[in-house]
Every structure is written in C-alpha cells, then in structure tokens.
Design a protein around this ligand. Structure first.
Ligand SMILES: Cc1ncc(COP(=O)(O)O)c(C=O)c1O
Length: 403
C-alpha cells in the first residue's frame, strides 16, 4: 500500500533561504557549460586563514575526537569573552557563551524559545529570510520592522517602539545587515534602548555576525554595550563571515543568565556539541594574528567601491553605498521588472547570479541583492554583462514601440 504520512502542521509554515536555491540553479547551469558569475550566495570567497586550518588539523592529530561539553570547550568560551572585551569593551562570563554549529542555531533557539501561538516577534524586513521563516514555524506572528532606503536601510527607533504590544516577546535586530549592508546609527540604538526600558517583557536578539565587516572607519555598536538591556539581550555572532569559515559551522550566542539553561538544553536535545576540531580552530581564529581578517575587509571595501559605482551607471538601477557586510541592495524599480523576474532573467540570460529582494521579505520588492564577495574582475565582468543586457532590452523595447 502507498504510504500516507501526516506531517506536523507547522512544517507547512517553514520557509527557506532562496540564496541556496539560486546557488543550486547556478551550479546546474555551470554543469551545462554556461559561464556563471555568482554574486548570489553570501559567503566570503577567501579561504580560511592557514593558522586556523592548522589548529584544526593539530586537534585531530592530538586525538580530540570525542564529545565536548555541550556549551563548548572552556578555552574557546574564554577566547570569545576576551574577544568581546577587546571589540566592545564589555565583560561577558565564559559561562554565558553557548558555542553552536553556526550563527543560525542561536537564531533558531531564540525564536523557538519565545515564539508560540499568540506571541508576536518583530523582525527586520527586508532581512535575513530565516527570521520570518522560523517565527512562522514557531506559531508566533511575524511583525515586520520596515527598513528604509532613504535612511541607509536603518530603522527608526520610534517606529519599532510603536509596534510593541503586550504580545511582543522578542525583537530581532541585525546590524550590519543582510541583505542591505545597512548599519543602524548609534543614536537609533540609544533611542531604542531607552524606549525598551518601558517594555521589560521584551527580549532582544541582536544578530551581529557582520560586526567586523564595517567601512570608512566606522565602529560597531553592540547591543551588549547597553547595561540596562544586559539581562534580556541575546547576542548572535560567529566565525562564518569574519574568518571565512562558513563551512566549518561554528558560531556562538551570549545568553542572559536566566535564558542560558534553556538554550543549553536545546543544544543537548539538538546537536550535543559542536565538532571538537572546529572549536580548536575557533580558538586560533580569535587569539591568532588578525592580518588576514584586515586584508579581507580591505578587499571588500575596494569591491564595494567598484560595484556601487558600476551599479549606479546601469539604467534603471539606483544604489546606496552600504556601511557594512558584503552586500549591496540596489533599487531596480527603474528597470520596470519585478525583483524575481530580474533575478531569473539575469541568471538565465547573462549568467549573473543575484537574489531578488523579495527573498528577504515583502518589503524587498523593487530591490536586488548582490553579494560582492567575489573578485574585482568577476564584479566588473558581471556589471558589463548586465549593462549589455539592459542595453539590449532597451533596444528591443524601442524596436517594439516603432514596429
Ligand atoms: C544576518 C545573518 N545572520 C546569520 C547568518 C548565519 O550564519 P551561519 O552561516 O554562521 O549560520 C547569516 C548567514 O548568511 C546572516 O546573513
């Protein structure tokens, strides 16, 4: 007899991250012999620095093959605490650090901890698609915080505070941001932190995974640096972006004391611990030389300059200069095409992979995300292909008007 499996209702509410679908389509086209430039996926095109790789090899050679404590090995959590002191001037106990397999896990745990039917969770829109996906999965109602192009894709603290209701349990913030590259100015965080004092029931998940990829000498503002919020801020950070370690699956959360045991129980129920060798690599990353990280950020800054200038020359495109991360989010309404149509046609007809703004929420319509974690030459070639394609569309349009 044919099986008839009954999935839990919540499975129908789980979304996805379209960048992975674009990646699969780009790989399929490449396998057919097409030349593809991938500006779709959000990962550094650099290799993990060699001293970090060596530390993992040594850990394996030294016999670190077993489970570690669920929260991570102590020297790694101490290194995280020292790194947070160095970067943000904050004191964090190694006991509040939960090492997890990638930045996403802290997100999943925080949302599942607070989300249920009847609860509301605020999240940035356009924003990392997994926020909205997991909020819906949890049963909570997603309440978008709209980000404004004319504010450098920041939010207004007043607007965020106005969305808080007695049902609000969690606010998700992300600066520097995916997909816009936007950086929230300190003044907005100050206003938000002051306003949140009136809402002690609301927790904050601060996704700071791009906190070290900032330009023009800007300094990162961590939500951990607001003493009044310390007992309800969950910090999400990790190694993926800063150290070009997306495939290692290594991240961490800093949890308020009251929430930590719940997060740790989720970890024990879910993955037990992070693979041991990756944890040793994580120590080397945080305590070793930083010149490779600096070099990567300098390379991203140069690519940002190139891509923003080139995008602003394309007819129908308008691109603000982002303050951080390695994404640009040009407004493409002038092309007359929807974001999804443009994404599909650019991939199929020019071989340039991008991601439609709508993959990051409804407020992403009219925008396209380019990841500029690619070589200068690849960026220039992609811009040339798109420029030629747009010129051909213009010619076709003119021809059809005449005929
Ligand atoms: C804003 C944001 N948060 C978290 C993550 C997840 O990072 P990880 O690959 O470490 O799970 C990403 C990855 O793209 C991201 O863009």
């Amino acid at each position: 007899m044919k099986s008839s499996l009954a999935l839990a209702g919540r499975m129908a509410r789980l979304g996805t991250e379209s960048a992975f679908e674009v990646l699969a389509r780009a790989k399929a086209l490449e396998a057919q012999g097409r030349s593809i430039i991938n500006l779709g996926i959000g990962q550094p095109d650099f290799q993990t620095p060699p001293h970090i790789v060596e530390a993992a090899k040594k850990a394996l050679a030294d016999g670190h093959h077993g489970y570690t404590p669920a929260n991570g090995i102590l020297p790694l959590r101490e290194a995280v605490a020292a790194d947070l002191r160095r970067r943000h001037g904050v004191e964090v106990s190694p006991g509040s650090v939960l090492v997890v397999p990638g930045g996403k896990v802290t997100m999943f745990f925080a949302i599942m901890m607070f989300g249920e039917e009847g609860a509301e969770i605020l999240y940035p829109n356009p924003g990392f698609p997994i926020y909205e996906s997991v909020i819906r999965f949890s049963g909570a109602a997603p309440v978008p915080i709209d980000l404004h192009e004319d504010k450098g894709f920041s939010f207004s603290a007043e607007e965020v505070l106005a969305k808080i209701t007695p049902r609000t349990r969690l606010i998700i913030l992300n600066s520097p941001a995916n997909p816009t590259g936007g950086v929230v100015p300190k003044i907005e965080f100050d206003k938000l932190a002051a306003g949140l004092e009136r809402h002690p029931q609301v927790a904050i998940l601060s996704d700071e995974i791009y906190g070290e990829i900032l330009y023009d000498g800007a300094r990162h503002v961590s939500l951990l640096s607001y003493p009044g919020l310390r007992d309800r801020v969950i910090l999400l950070d990790g190694w993926s972006k800063t150290y070009a370690m997306t495939g290692w699956r290594l991240g961490y959360g800093v949890w308020p004391e009251a929430l930590f045991p719940h997060a740790e129980r989720l970890a024990i129920n879910c993955h037990s611990c992070v693979n041991a060798a990756a944890q040793f690599a994580g120590i080397a990353a945080l305590t070793g030389r930083r010149n490779e990280v600096e070099r990567m950020v300098e390379a991203f800054a140069e690519r940002r300059r190139i891509i923003v200038a080139a995008l602003n020359k394309l007819p129908g495109f308008r691109c603000a200069t982002p303050g951080g991360a390695f994404y640009v989010f040009p407004n493409v309404t002038g092309t007359g095409l929807s974001a999804k149509e443009l994404e599909t046609r650019l991939l199929e007809e020019t071989g340039v992979a991008t991601v439609a703004g709508t993959s990051f929420g409804a407020f992403g319509e009219g925008y396209l995300r380019f990841s500029y974690a690619a070589s200068n030459a690849a960026i220039v070639e992609a811009m040339t292909r798109i420029g030629d394609w747009l010129a051909r569309q213009g010619t076709k349009r003119r021809a059809s008007v005449i005929s």
